[in-house]
Design a binder for this molecule. Structure first.
Ligand SMILES: Nc1nc2c(ncn2[C@@H]2O[C@H](COP(=O)(O)OP(=O)(O)O)[C@@H](O)[C@H]2O)c(=O)[nH]1
Ligand SMILES: [Mg+2]
Length: 368
């Protein structure tokens, strides 16, 4: 059959107006879906949508988002961010945090030897704004440059903060350990720790490792070893190497007395204190009779023995990042008569987290 003889074509020839209806309908449909995009000139930045089919065009991005550059918004699903016993296999990111008033090459060598994947570790430092701090900054920057230049040791990211808050002018051990200066000193340390964690934590941080800058020796597996316990907060036992004059041999002794279990006596003292007074552990002037983790070290027992704690120090502590995200910080003010790291443990417990220590897992503090 010839084309011109098709009944539809013949119908159009006889009554051309029959076409107007369907064409008008198509035009109205076109206007309804496409008018917005076809009329306006192309925006400078467009928010790319994956599906460009005509049906999906009807579901436009909200007007607020329309003119943003690509990747302007980063989405992180915190539900998918895990902190597990097997963090390394699960590629969990660690933020290693050190307040630093002195740069010790031994500390630096030790963190370079950590066997956790360095590309999953970010480093954060906070340095006092004193003359000593200037010196620290020079040494730290030189060390960072060297480490980051080498693929084998390079960390994911390094952030160095200069403190905007005060710190003690004298950092000699006898001065900083005098009971009279504890409230002021620990309050300043608390502010520095808070600045450090709240400025460096990222949406992909799974764990925070608090490691003081004078911890000069840890097992290279420190991070994996602490993670293995899968606790919200877990603290290592901080000891110190020294030359024992009695035996004339190298020896070790407890150093950090801030890892403790609350006692009846400690609670009684707290109840007798004025609102803004604090208890600092490890001073004979304030005998709390709290069991101190430092004295629970047993060389013959399993290094992974756990003990529940109420107070902790900051020497070497692994914290699930969610504990900080939920709001646990280092109070610079008396919180249940506790401040800084001891107050942090209390605050975490008030938020419903458990706090543990490993009495047989030793790390070593510098001996001045
Ligand atoms: N940013 C900052 N870090 C400090 C300050 N004082 C001490 N630090 C660091 O904080 C950590 C704990 O302080 P430290 O004096 O060693 O406490 P101690 O070991 O209990 O005597 C160490 O890493 C110090 O280098 C300070 O004023 N500002
Ligand atoms: Mg120290």
């Amino acid at each position: 059959m010839a084309f011109s003889k098709h009944p539809f074509v013949r119908q159009i020839r006889r009554k051309p107006l029959t076409l107007v209806g369907p064409i008008a309908l198509l035009f109205v449909i076109y206007l309804f879906f496409f008018s917005g995009t076809s009329k306006s000139s192309k925006p400078k930045y467009s928010y790319k949508s994956k599906n460009q089919s005509w049906l999906s065009r009807a579901k436009k991005d909200s007007v607020v988002l329309k003119n943003l550059p690509n990747k302007h918004i980063s989405h992180y699903d915190l539900n998918k961010l895990t902190a597990t016993a097997n963090g390394l296999a699960n590629k969990e990111e660690v933020l290693l945090l050190s307040p630093m008033s002195k740069f010790l090459p031994e500390y630096w060598d030790n963190i370079n030897k950590l066997s956790y994947d360095h590309s999953l570790i970010s480093l954060g430092f906070i340095i006092p704004r004193t003359n000593d701090g200037d010196e620290v900054l020079i040494k730290l920057e030189a060390a960072v440059k060297k480490t980051q230049a080498d693929k084998k040791t390079r960390f994911k990211k390094v952030t160095i903060l200069r403190q905007d808050s005060d710190s003690l002018s004298s950092q000699a051990e006898k001065d900083r350990h005098a009971l009279a200066v504890q409230k002021e000193r620990r309050a300043m340390m608390a502010v520095a720790r808070n600045s450090l964690v709240f400025s460096t934590i990222s949406p992909s941080t799974a764990w925070c490792l608090w490691l003081d800058a004078d911890i000069v020796e840890t097992p290279p597996t420190l991070i994996q070893d602490l993670m293995r316990h899968d606790k919200p907060i877990v603290s290592a036992n901080v000891f110190q190497r020294f030359h024992n004059p009695d035996t004339n041999k190298p020896d070790i002794r407890p150093y950090d007395f801030n890892n403790w279990v609350e006692s009846e006596e400690g609670l009684k003292i707290a109840a007798s204190l004025k609102e803004d007074e604090i208890i600092v552990e490890g001073y004979a002037e304030m005998a709390t009779y709290r069991p101190l983790m430092a004295y629970y070290y047993d060389a013959k027992s399993d290094i992974h023995t756990e003990m529940a704690l109420d107070g902790i120090g900051g020497g070497a502590v692994l914290v699930k990042a969610d504990v900080h995200r939920d709001g646990a910080m280092f109070p610079s003010f008396p919180f249940y008569h506790l401040i800084e790291t001891e107050g942090f443990a209390k605050m975490a417990k008030r938020l419903g987290y458990t706090v543990f220590g490993l009495p047989n897992y030793l790390v070593y503090h510098y001996n001045e």
